[in-house]
Design a protein around this ligand. Structure first.
Ligand code: 5RP
Length: 236
């Protein structure tokens, strides 16, 4: 099994385990990214088979909205629902306290709205996402209003971060978020010492929409791994 195949199988396995926990008659937050995409597919399959009934999905991005429509999942926005029973979403880093870095897909602003609203937030990752300290393997995404790019970049640098504007692939220019904004990926030498304080400090910079630190939001971490050639899911 190649490393790529193993990672895909781990993502599929963990997505399936999370969707197995969804019950009929619930509102489900639909995450973004490649692992969440498998979860949306499996949720659609359970709906279509009749195994699940009366599900409403709340997408966290254009990607999850398109996928959910493709799989026939009825959709709503956070404005339309009184509560979200469960949200299932991926992450880029997970620390031992279940704090996360998200935003690898530039969707963290809407993801934070939906994931924070959910009664239960289930994170679905493969084992490579588990870290001892946030910010050591992944840069921290910060969504910024285009008009404030220069002052926000300076403010983050003054806080000790090294921001880089995220550039698009197969499109000239920067990544533009679903909300029409830009993303700075910020490096912190030696990782992030106080994630809770940094989350607040970054969001306090005028022009910052949201950053990818999810502190105290995750309830359950499901980790997909290949052990002795066999896919397994464990809970952290
Ligand atoms: C998108 C996200 C994703 O959930 C995160 O990047 C993980 O993605 P993947 O499952 O593809 O590794 O935060 O903004």
């Amino acid at each position: 099994m190649s490393a790529t195949d193993a990672a895909t199988i781990a993502k599929q396995q963990v997505a399936r385990a999370a969707i197995a926990r969804v019950q009929s008659g619930t509102v489900v937050g639909l995450g973004s990214g490649s692992t969440a995409a498998f979860a949306i597919q499996y949720l659609g399959e359970r709906l279509q088979s009749g195994d699940l009934k009366d599900i409403v999905g709340v997408p966290t991005s254009f990607q999850s909205e398109v996928l959910a429509k493709q799989y026939g999942i009825p959709l709503a926005t956070p404005n339309d629902v009184d509560r979200i029973h469960v949200a299932i979403d991926g992450a880029d880093e997970v620390d031992p306290a279940k704090n996360l870095i998200k935003g690898g897909g530039a969707a963290h602003t809407r993801e934070k709205i939906v994931d924070c609203l959910a009664d239960e937030f289930i994170v679905v990752v493969d084992g490579s996402k588990m870290v001892d300290k946030l910010g050591t393997t992944f840069l921290l995404p910060v969504e910024v209003l285009p008009q404030a790019l220069a002052p926000v970049t300076r403010a983050i640098a003054a806080m000790g971060g090294q921001p880089t504007l995220r550039m698009a692939v197969k499109k000239a220019g920067p990544v533009v978020t679903d909300q029409g904004n830009l993303v700075l990926d910020v490096k912190f030498d030696n990782g992030i010492d106080d994630p809770a304080a940094l989350e607040l400090a970054l969001n306090n910079i005028p022009g910052v929409l949201e950053n990818g630190l999810f502190i105290g939001v995750a309830d359950v971490i499901l980790i997909g791994e290949i052990v002795d050639g066999q896919p397994q899911v464990r809970e952290a």
